[in-house]
Design a protein. Structure first.
Length: 127
């Protein structure tokens, strides 16, 4: 059981952009990530896969955080966000295309998670 600020961390599929992005990130981490690895020439067991390497797990974690119901401590986002910056930049430098979404996932998911918690207002971003 995960605990956040003395409360249970609860998950549920909501509606709106956060739910769509969350589903997309989870699906990418579990299904598309290994397929892209095969497509780019990585063979099992040398290819990075979900539950073994931190990059797809971080993408999956952001997807789960987008399903989290308030209250959720914003500090839970810190480590995956930092890893998305480190791992995402390494993906660009080392040429691991399936990890490119890692960099994007942190930049997209963190504001959405904070907006869902009510920490920031994204109304000004609507066109």
């Amino acid at each position: 059981m995960l605990v956040s600020s003395g409360n249970e961390l609860r998950f549920g599929l909501g509606s709106g952009p956060a739910a769509g992005v969350g589903i997309g990130l989870v699906a990418y981490a579990v299904v598309l990530y290994p397929l892209l690895g095969i497509w780019t020439g990585h063979a099992y067991p040398q290819m990075p896969v979900f539950c073994v390497t931190p990059c797809p797990v971080t993408i999956f974690t952001f997807g789960l955080f987008l399903f989290a119901k308030p209250p959720m401590s914003r500090w839970l986002i810190a480590i995956p966000y930092i890893w998305s910056l480190i791992g995402g930049s390494a993906a660009l430098l080392l040429g691991v295309p399936q990890d490119w979404l890692l960099l994007v996932s942190g930049v997209v998911a963190v504001p959405l998670v904070l907006a869902c918690r009510g920490d920031i207002n994204l109304e000004g971003l609507k066109s």
